[in-house]
Design a protein around this ligand. Structure first.
Ligand code: AMP
Length: 114
């Protein structure tokens, strides 16, 4: 099967500004930032979206969330706060079928989201 765009970024076949990587996850700056800080955290495993995650993915998904919080702290968002978003499917506006957590911060967010 061909690689997803984000697998190619994780494998450094497509350039991106990485802010964190380890054996299980990679975090890089979004190419079209929607906030002063906009980072995507992905599992190296190409799980298409949260709805297709399997019970055996629980460890990597937990790891991904903990690393999202670590990246947020490293980028200076711990005090002011931030938002984590997973878009799942058409109504959420999912564009890339490789599970990713949007980390958004550096400005006041609104609720409800658009
Ligand atoms: P989503 O709509 O949740 O699927 O989000 C996909 C995100 O990937 C969008 O915020 C895009 O700006 C971002 N994106 C697409 N291509 C790239 C790329 N080559 N490098 C970094 N971010 C990207």
């Amino acid at each position: 099967m061909s690689k997803t765009l984000f697998e190619k970024i994780a494998d450094k076949e497509i350039p991106a500004t990485l802010v964190y990587e380890d054996e299980h996850v990679v975090a890089f700056k979004d190419i079209d930032p929607q906030a002063p800080v906009h980072v995507l955290i992905i599992p190296r495993k190409p799980i298409p979206r949260i709805a297709e995650a399997k019970p055996e993915d629980h460890a990597v998904l937990g790891h991904l969330l903990l690393k999202a919080a670590e990246v947020a702290k490293k980028l200076g968002l711990a005090k002011t706060g931030y938002r984590l978003v997973f878009n799942n499917g058409p109504h959420a506006g999912e564009a890339v079928p490789h599970l990713h957590c949007h980390l958004l911060g550096g400005r006041q967010m609104k609720w409800p989201p658009g």
